[in-house]
Design a protein around this ligand. Structure first.
Ligand SMILES: [Zn+2]
Ligand SMILES: [Zn+2]
Length: 344
């Protein structure tokens, strides 16, 4: 039985023995058994091909690009420039850098300090969200499911507040705590307002480090790169920036004819889960790795993890690719930090 026969039988729902052994197993044959004229298959043979789109390979930035998921209102202009926002004032009588934004409403369970930050600025305890009814302005305790509804007004209580932030001090503190100078980047771009329900601003230090390494944040704070799955099946070591020895060490021992892999122009088959990066993707991965290392060291006080110097260091690394709208991730080995095949 070839592939598809059982599926056809299942789709018909039964196999009629009177029609003979094969008739009911193939939908088109079954139709022809009772049809007064011959019904032919729409496409008796299908020849398929998968086409990669190397030109679709690029960094995924929001428009305009965002370095820090920190709200600065209208003060940053069209560029959402944080530095410009710290100097902005609507009129001569206003203090520059003061912006009214909607952010989280939180309170420290230990010392009672109120604010909008994830951790208490006084004692570093993780603060808790405070829900307030928009109708009667009473505080509402969330139930076990985390839903906060005012018992009196039957209105859903809000976890956010409108408050005035002093961008000058936020910006200055972020630079100091990330141990970076303003000259480390061109422009630090924030957002006009936060879109999430909780509206918890991100620590601006993360944005400072993203701007330093020229990577941007997607809506959820991830750094992304879009790449269509390229149908590369076979290549030559010379087409990659990887020598035959390094390839052998990664398990590429023979070429397509089974001969030992030695000369750089030998054709070999790419293993199923391995990927070849475009120049742009390799560059972006290096920048992202440098950002993650700085974040670990300068923000979290942990050790650097990747410590990549150049793209050769990417060869053999394990990566996870995320396919949107499907629930699979593939574990892949990078055979190269470069692919002239998809050079742009
Ligand atoms: Zn506290
Ligand atoms: Zn109420």
């Amino acid at each position: 039985m070839t592939y598809g026969e059982q599926e056809a039988a299942d789709a018909i729902g039964y196999v009629d023995d009177e029609l003979g052994d094969t008739a009911g197993r193939n939908a088109i044959e079954a139709v022809n058994e009772i049809s007064p004229f011959e019904v032919r298959e729409r496409a008796p043979t299908r020849i398929g091909n998968r086409m990669g789109r190397p030109e679709k390979s690029e960094r995924r930035d929001l428009s305009p690009a965002v370095h820090t998921l920190f709200p600065i209102g209208e003060a940053g202009g069209a560029q959402r420039d944080v530095a410009a926002a710290t100097k902005h004032a609507d009129s001569m009588s206003e203090t520059p850098g003061r912006v009214e934004v909607e952010v989280a409403r939180r309170r420290c369970p230990d010392c009672g300090t109120e604010g909008h930050e994830a951790r208490c600025p006084e004692c570093d305890t993780i603060a808790e969200t405070v829900y307030v009814c928009p109708d009667c302005e009473m505080e509402v305790e969330p139930d076990e499911s985390g839903r906060a509804e005012c018992a009196r007004c039957e209105t859903v209580a809000s976890p956010t507040q409108y408050t005035e932030l002093d961008l000058q001090s936020v910006y200055r503190d972020a630079l100091a705590s990330a141990e970076e100078r303003e000259t480390a980047f061109d422009t630090l771009k924030g957002v006009q307002g936060l879109m999430s329900e909780a509206k918890l601003p991100e620590p601006m230090e993360k944005g400072v480090l993203r701007a330093k390494h020229d990577v941007s944040a997607f809506k959820d704070g991830t750094v992304r790169y879009d790449m269509t799955d390229l149908p590369v099946t076979a290549l030559r070591p010379a087409e990659l920036d990887v020598g035959p020895e390094r390839l052998r060490a990664l398990g590429y021992e023979t070429d397509i004819h089974g001969d030992p892999l030695t000369p750089p122009d030998q054709l070999f088959e790419l293993k199923v889960q391995d990927i070849v990066l475009s120049d742009g993707a390799a560059e972006h991965m290096l920048r992202t790795a440098a950002f993650v290392d700085d974040l670990l060291e300068q923000y979290y006080g942990l050790e650097r993890y990747y410590e990549f110097d150049d793209r050769e260091d990417l060869v053999g690394e394990l990566v996870f690719g995320m396919a949107p709208h499907s629930r699979s991730e593939a574990t892949e080995l990078l055979p190269s930090g470069d692919a002239p095949l998809v050079d742009r």
